[in-house]
Design a protein around this ligand. Structure first.
Ligand code: NAP
Length: 486
């Protein structure tokens, strides 16, 4: 037993999960907190991803905090700037920013004498009983290794580092990649550019989805009756999270067959030219890569300004991209829609846990965490959307809320003196990881494709059971079996 105490909490990151943490920490009576945010503005992924067409492919009324439903969403799938505005509005409403220190990049976290000691790049030193890492998953851009990339004489931009001041009107644009970022960018710019060449290494299955606007009458009804928004949230959650999540974790499920049929019909019905259709046809199962949802991609790629390039890229030259057939695709702007380094999590922060163990050492093979929240050797350090969590086409807001509820119960142990520190045990982590790895083999993500879901062994880095199971497992920490509370 320890002494009951008030806790001081440090949150790293002021994105969706950091904002959630501030609001919920105050609500549960832990107002002694500071958020360190390296940028000068909140919003995380929505602050950083500002490429044309950026949008969320989770329905807006699901991609909302449960405590802050939003009657003003304009579309079923809202554009990125609207989500950024939503996050800012919620933050203002809850006065979140009074606890945020912007422009402060955390460089070091050390566990010493039962507390976390923090240092920032500017030299700030702070300490706390608990650290919540709300540092995001898709955060560090992945740059491709292609000969000559630095020689390009035009403008090169990663989609997550978009230059807001740049006009693409009349320019010859190349896009490398066919993930969600590329597939949202292309149809958005195709009308204004002189040309857009999409360099496809691997074809994508594309799930069709209508994106209707909410009418003024619908929005007025949502404003008048918050119960309607709640019902809508529950309905979409049931349909989207449960329906989809049941399908992807069982490669042989009926739900997966329906998704595959919808993607196949979309390709067959939407692409007129048989030769183009074949070049757009993937040779792996739909859903194996993270499913791309787009109502506009096939129209975009068939636009007279667009060209699908399926020859391998040989190198980049000052004038453009040279493909293996010897052709030079002359370009003014090269967009790298090449995704993210998904193994980073809170790194490059140097995290030093019990007995000098560093997170780099603990994760030398690969990042790992029990229920995606806690890692052995790092007590009172809790991650939101940490390694191997539910990352499929879920609402990561919903995931983070479930995780926060779990973390708040761990913090109760510290507050009421049942423990001085809380951490998952090594054996529970190993058992969990073994069970998770076996189950991951049944998912559609393991059916034979390359994707950012796969770790160095080819095992999906994801929660391999359905979302209800995640909710159930996180409803209450199993202290006897899983957690070391000293
Ligand atoms: P991504 O899905 O990882 O796609 C990266 C693309 O770049 C792939 O097509 C990949 O080809 C290609 N690529 C990488 N290196 C290459 C190289 N050297 N030469 C040629 N091609 C190369 O990245 P993303 O589109 O940014 O999406 C990442 C994730 O962000 C998504 O899966 C999703 O979770 C999230 N996201 C979500 C939304 C949304 O609407 N909610 C929007 C954007 C992004 P291969 O396939 O051959 O590897």
């Amino acid at each position: 037993m320890s002494t009951p105490r008030d806790l001081r909490v440090i949150v790293i990151g002021a994105g969706m999960a950091g904002i959630l943490s501030v609001i919920r920490l105050r609500e549960i009576g832990l107002p002694d907190l500071t958020v360190y945010e390296k940028a000068d503005r909140l919003g995380g992924t929505w602050r950083e991803n500002r490429y044309p067409g950026v949008a969320c492919d989770v329905p807006s009324h699901l991609y909302s905090y449960t405590f802050a439903p939003n009657p003003e969403w304009t579309h079923r799938f809202s554009p990125g700037p609207e989500i950024q505005e939503y996050l800012e509005t919620v933050a203002t409403e809850y006065d979140v920013e009074r606890d945020v220190r912007y422009g402060e990049e955390v460089t070091e976290l050390s566990w010493m004498e039962g507390r976390w000691h923090l240092r920032t790049a500017s030299g700030i030193i702070d300490e706390a009983d608990v650290v919540i890492a709300a540092t995001g998953v898709l955060h560090h851009p992945s740059y491709p290794v292609i000969d000559g990339l630095d020689d390009f004489a035009g403008i090169t931009m990663h989609t997550a580092r978009w230059d807001d001041g740049l006009s693409l009107a009349g320019r010859r644009v190349g896009i490398i990649g066919t993930g969600s970022s590329a597939i949202q960018t292309l149809p958005t710019i195709v009308d204004e550019v002189a040309s857009v060449s999409l360099f496809q290494r691997t074809a994508q299955w594309v799930m069709p989805a209508d994106n209707p606007a909410y009418t003024e009458d619908e929005k007025a009804a949502f404003r008048d009756d918050p119960g309607l928004l709640h019902t809508l949230h529950e309905e979409i959650s049931e349909l989207f999270s449960n329906g989809f999540s049941n399908a992807v974790v069982d490669a042989d499920s009926e739900g997966m067959r329906m998704i595959e049929a919808a993607c196949l019909a979309n390709l067959e019905d939407s692409v007129a030219d048989p030769e183009l259709r074949e070049r757009l046809r993937p040779d792996y199962r739909a859903g194996c890569k993270r499913l791309v949802i787009s109502p506009t991609f096939y129209d975009g790629i068939q636009h007279p300004n667009a060209e699908l390039v399926t020859e391998d890229i040989e190198r980049i030259e000052p004038g453009g991209v040279r493909t293996a057939d010897g052709r030079l695709h002359e370009l003014d702007v090269l967009v790298l829609a090449t995704g993210f380094r998904v193994d980073r999590f809170l790194r490059p922060i140097e995290v030093i846990g019990v007995d000098g163990l560093t997170l780099d050492e603990a994760w030398a093979k690969r990042p790992n965490a029990y229920l995606s929240i806690s890692t052995p050797g790092f007590p009172n350090l809790f991650m939101l959307n940490g390694p191997n969590g539910p990352v499929g086409n879920f609402s990561l807001i919903e995931v983070a809320e479930v995780q926060f509820n779990y973390i708040s119960q761990l913090m109760d142990l510290l507050r009421d003196g049942r423990a001085g520190s809380v951490c998952v045990t090594g054996s529970a982590t190993e058992e969990f990881e073994e069970e998770r790895t076996i189950q991951a083999g049944n998912t559609v993500w393991a059916t034979g494709c390359n994707s950012w879901y796969l770790d160095d062994r080819g095992v999906p880095m994801a929660w391999p059971w359905n979302f209800q199971e995640y909710r159930d497992r996180l409803a209450r920490p199993d202290l006897a079996l899983d957690l070391l509370a000293d």
